[in-house]
Design a protein around this ligand. Sequence first.
Ligand code: MN
Ligand code: MN
Ligand code: MN
Length: 278
Amino acid sequence: MLIDFHTHTTASDGALDPCELVARALDSNIELLAITDHDTMAGHKAAEAYHRQSAGGMQLIPGIEFSCRWSGVTIHILGLGIDSDHPVMRDALVTMAAARTERGEKIAKRLVARGFDGALQGALKEAGESQLGRPHFAAWMVEQGHVQDQNQAFDQYLGQGKPGDVKAFWPELAEVVSWIVSAGGSAVIAHPLKYRFTGMKLRRLIEAFVAAGGCGIEVLSGRQTRDQTAHLSRLAKDYDLEVSLGSDFHRDAPYSAELGVESRPFEGLRCVWERWLP
Ligand code: MN
Ligand code: MN
Ligand code: MN
């Protein structure tokens, strides 16, 4: 069975609009799909109407990818199966939108201090209806000829440890997990190896996450090696966490994974998708 619990649309930093993403997933014979845009459910909501009137057996599961803080690092937590109209979630989405705006203003200030005038207006224009994020600043810098491509923008100005790496506005990990649980969802640690933690620190993150009420871990996230998948499967077992799988699809690109992950190799483990099986 092909599934995908980690995808992005134009509601955050993906290239396909929500309907295009659903159409692509249907074409690929994906059976369970969650749209997990950064800090917004607008993409999911837009996709819902389209999905309802399209034929096919695919289930669309409400999802989100929250940014939060733990031990001074930005961590991403997926919320799957949440009720987007739950009052806790409604407040959470307002909080996150405000946090993103404040963060965008701070990033812009830092870029302007380095001579990049008009950064905020430029990034907002790039973002359009989407949640403002660093990729929009990067796109603006490319468009202005300040950098050659988005990678250079991240390497020099926006990536970890660079001036645009502003994380002070994200809520704490425990708070984000509690929102997801309150709204009836399952919280999943996204791409656990992307934080480049030591083995010990990753275990500490998992322990804090479990203590907060988290229940799942992304064992496969886009392209990764077989060793990495084995490592994460072992952690899932050690902490009795449910396995989640996703492509983290943003766009067609040579370095990124295609939509859809085969679930069969993981069937012996506890799986987050069991609750959506017919
Ligand atoms: Mn993204
Ligand atoms: Mn992420
Ligand atoms: Mn993602």
